[in-house]
Design a protein around this ligand. Sequence first.
Ligand code: PHE
Length: 333
Amino acid sequence: IKEEALKNINGMNSLEELENIRIKFLGKKGELTSILRDMGKLSKDERPVIGQLANEIRQEIEKELADAKDRFKEKLKLERIEKEKIDISINKRTRKLGHKHPLLATIEELENLFISMGFTVVEGPEIETVEYNFDALNSPENHPSRDLTDTFYITEDILLRTHTSPVQIRAMKTIKPPIRIVSAGRTFRFDDVDDTHSPMFHQLEGLVVDENISMANLIDTINIFVKELFGKDMKTRFRPHYFPFTEPSAEVDVSCFSCKGKGCPVCDGTGWSMELLGCGMVHPKVLEVCGIDPEKYSGFAFGMGIDRITMVKYGINNIRLLFENDNRFLEQF
Ligand code: PHE
C-alpha cells in the first residue's frame, strides 16, 4: 500500500488528483483505513504490530501528501509570476516632450542675470497710451517715430507700444527711488518683414534711479551684463547717440562673436559685430514728469532687442523662424 501510494503521489498533476489519492488511501473507505478498521479481527499478538505499522504508514503517506501539495503550490505560484511579469524595459512613450522656445529661454536668461545683479522684474502693457509711449518720454511732437507710417495706432490716444520704455514711466510713477527694474515683452513697429525685421519684436528695458547714479554705473552695469551673457573676453563700445528720454545717450556695440575683436571677414575686419542696445542717463524732464526730483535723484536706462540676441546666441539667421512655430524648428532647442 505504501509503495503504491508514494508512486501515485509522485505521478500526480493537479491538486484534485492529490485529494483523490488521499481519499483512496486515507479516506473513510480508504485502503489503509479499512485495515485499521478490521484490526478487531486480528489476534491479540498481531494487533499491536499491525496497528503500529499501519499508523506509521499513514503518517508517512500524510507527510508525503503534504509535501507534494506544497511543491505543487510553489510550482503554480512560479508559473503565475512568470505569466504576470511586466517588461518595464520597453519604451512605450507616445507623447512627445515640449521644448522651451529659444526666445523665452533668452528672456529668462536675461532676467535671471539682472535678478542676480539686484534688479526686480516688472511687466507693462503691450497696448499703451500715446502719453506714456511718447509724451512722458520727452518725445517731440513732430518726432518721426510718432508717424502713422511707423506706429500702430488703435485710437488717437492709444497705440501698440513701439518700445518697452513706457514701462520706465509706469515704474517711476509707482515706485519710490531706489528703483532697479527690468521688463521684457513685445513691441510693435510698422516694419516690413525681412530676415531681420518683424512688425512684432521683443525688447528688454532696464531702469535704475537713486541718489548719485552716474554714467560710470551705467557703463559698469552694461559691461558686467555683456561679459556674463556672451563671455569674459567680450568687449563693448559706447557710441554717442540721441534718444529724447536720455541725456547723454549712447548706443553699445559688442565685439565680433567670430574673432572676439581681432578683426575677421565676418565683421569686415572691424572687430565689432552688432549694435546691442540703446542707453543713457534718464532725462531730468522725464524724472520730473514722473514726480521724481531731478536735483536729488538721477538714473540710467537701457533697452535692447531680444530677438537679435536670441538669433546670435542660437545661430538663427531668419527672424521669421522665431514666430512661425514650426515644430521642425522648435524641436531643435
Ligand atoms: N527705447 C529705445 C529704443 O527702442 C532704447 C532705449 C531704452 C534707449 C532706454 C535709451 C534708454 O530704441
